[in-house]
Design a protein around this ligand. Structure first.
Ligand code: KG4
Ligand code: ZN
Length: 335
C-alpha cells in the first residue's frame, strides 16, 4: 500500500510517499528555519503562510521522486494534531482537496505517533511492544507502545518540553534558533561539572519531568553574570545544562523501563538527536542487556516519511477520516 503523506505541524512543509509503512519511496522537506531564526523562534502566522506557498511544490516533488502520479497512490495521510493550528490547517485542507479530487482514503495521523514511527522506517525489524522516550520541541513523554496504535502515556513533562528548555537556554547563551543542536555541539567541548543545576522531580509522579526550573536557573545565572560584567564560559555552561537535562530524561526513562519490565527501548523526536542522550542511552542499554532503537539523525526532526509510516498502521487498525476532518492544536497521543 502506497501512501502520500503530508506534514505541516510546525516550521517544516513536508511530503513523502511510503510503501507498507516501512519503505520510503520519496521524502521532501522544505524548512522555514532560516526565516524564523530572525525572530528567535517560530512565528505561527509566518509558518502558515509559508506552508501555503510551499505545499503544492513539495507534494509535486515527492510524487515525482517516487515516479508516481497522484492517481497511483492508494491513500492520503496528514498530520492533524497536535501543533500550530494555522500550520496544521494548511496540510489538513490541502489533503482534503486531494481527497475530494481523487476519492482516496484519508488517514489522520497524530504528530507524536509519527515521530515514533520514524523508527519503523529505520529499523525494519522493530515491532511493538516497546517503551519510547518521545522528546521534541513541544513534548516530552514516556510512552508504552503495546501495539502500533495502542499507546499509553506513563510519564510527561509538567511544564516545558526538553527541546523548548534547550532552545530557551541556548537563546540566553546567544545561540541562534533552534538552539538545541548548537548547544549540543558547543557542549561537546565543555566541562559538564563546571556548573551545578537543579534536577527537579515531580512529587508522586516518578516518571514525570519538569524542566522550567532548570531553564530558569541557567537564564538567571547568565543574567546575573551579565549584570556584574562577568563573561561565563559558554561551553562549560552548555555542557552542564545538557547534562542536567539528559540526567533527568534518563533517570525517569530507565526507572520506567525497570518498573514496567520493558526490554526494548526506543527514542523519538528532535531531541533524540542529542549526542549525549544517545551515548548515555547506548551505554545504559548495553549494561542492562536491553535492545535500543533510535532514529537516524535524518529522521529525528519533522518529516512526512514518518507520517506515511504511522498512517499505514492507523489504516490497518481501521482509522480514516472524511471531508469534515479538522485540525487540533492539542491532543493526547492515546486518542
Ligand atoms: O521533533 P522536532 O523536530 O519538532 C517538534 O515536533 O517539536 O523537535 C525540534 C526540537 C527543537 O527544540 C530542537 O532544538 C531540538 O529538537 N533538537 C535538539 C537537537 N537537535 C534538535 N535538542 C538537543 N540536541 C540536539 N542535537
Ligand atoms: Zn515534531
Amino acid at each position: 500500500m502506497r501512501i502520500l503523506a503530508i506534514e505541516s505541524s510546525c516550521d517544516e512543509t513536508a511530503a513523502a510517499v511510503v510503501e507498507d509503512g516501512r519503505t520510503v519511496l520519496s521524502s521532501v522537506v522544505a524548512s522555514q528555519v532560516e526565516e524564523h531564526k530572525l525572530y528567535g523562534g517560530v512565528v505561527p502566522e509566518i509558518a502558515s503562510r509559508r506552508h501555503a506557498e510551499a505545499i503544492v511544490g513539495v507534494t509535486s516533488q515527492a510524487l515525482q521522486e517516487a515516479r508516481m502520479e497522484l492517481s497511483q497512490v492508494d491513500a492520503l495521510a496528514v498530520t492533524y494534531a497536535p501543533g500550530l493550528i494555522g500550520a496544521l490547517l494548511v496540510g489538513v485542507n490541502f489533503v482534503k482537496g486531494l481527497k475530494l479530487a481523487t476519492g482516496k482514503p484519508l488517514i489522520p495521523v497524530h504528530h507524536l505517533r509519527s515521530h515514533i514511527a520514524a523508527n519503523y522506517i529505520a529499523h525494519p525489524d522493530l515491532q511493538p511492544p516497546f517503551l519510547c522516550l518521545v522528546v521534541s520541541g513541544g513534548h516530552s513523554h514516556i510512552i508504552e507502545v503495546s501495539d502500533y496504535t495502542k499507546l499509553r502515556v506513563i510519564g510527561r513533562t509538567r511544564d516545558d518540553a526538553a527541546g523548548e528548555a534547550f532552545d530557551k537556554a541556548a537563546r540566553a547563551m546567544g545561540m541562534p534558533y533552534p538552539g538545541g543542536i548548537h548547544m549540543d555541539k558547543i557542549a561537546g567541548g565543555g566541562d559538564d561539572g563546571a556548573f551545578r543545576f537543579p534536577h527537579p522531580r515531580v512529587d508522586g509522579a516518578p516518571y514525570d519531568f519538569s524542566f522550567s526550573g532548570l531553564k530558569t536557573a541557567v537564564i538567571n545565572q547568565i543574567h546575573n553574570a551579565a549584570q556584574k560584567g562577568i563573561e561565563l564560559p559558554v561551553a562549560d555552561l552548555a555542557a552542564s545544562f545538557r547534562k542536567a537535562v539528559v540526567d533527568c530524561l534518563l533517570d525517569r526513562f530507565i526507572k520506567a523501563a525497570r518498573d514496567t519490565g520493558a526490554t526494548r527501548l526506543v527514542t523519538a523526536g528532535g531531541v533524540s538527536a542529542n549526542r549525549l542522550l544517545r551515548a548515555r542511552l547506548e551505554e545504559e542499554c548495553r549494561q542492562n542487556g536491553w535492545e535500543l532503537f533510535m532514529p537516524p539523525l535524518s529522521l529525528c526532526g519533522d518529516n512526512a516519511a514518518m507520517v506515511g509510516a504511522q498512517a499505514y498502521y492507523e489504516f490497518l487498525s481501521g482509522r480514516s477520516a472524511g471531508l469534515d476532518l479538522n485540525a487540533c492544536a492539542a491532543m493526547s497521543i492515546e486518542e
